[in-house]
Write a new protein. Sequence first.
Length: 153
Amino acid sequence: MNEKRRWWTAAVALIAYFALLIRIVVFKAIPIIHLGHVRLKFSGTHTGPGNFMPFNTIWPLLSGGTNHLIAMVNLVGNIVPFMPVGFLAPFVYRRMTWYKSLVLAIATGLAMEVTEVVFRVGIFDVDDIILNAFGVMLGYWLFAIFHRRSDLS
């Protein structure tokens, strides 16, 4: 596969994954009413001021202050879905560095939270940004490890 085709494939995969991620993360529980071919979507039921204090919701999950299953679902659900972003981005942007990946990670999490607020389908939670960014960074680190190993081969 030539370089240009590989770039386009990675770019399309990253865009498609972002669309899927927005659907899964932002518009996860929006009620839909079907009237023939018309689908009506309504905003979610999440209201409140949100969480602007870092680790305010993460700490109880990590310290055992909540049900372990709920904690794992929350933590894993906010980290793992974002890993492909960090893994795919360097295929599209060849000059990706750790610092640029961190900027992408924070921007991705922030975009998801702002989108939830704008569409009134969730509340703003800085801890979600932290967990989402961690997921993007894990994906980037996996890319770096695989890339380094393939260079050594």
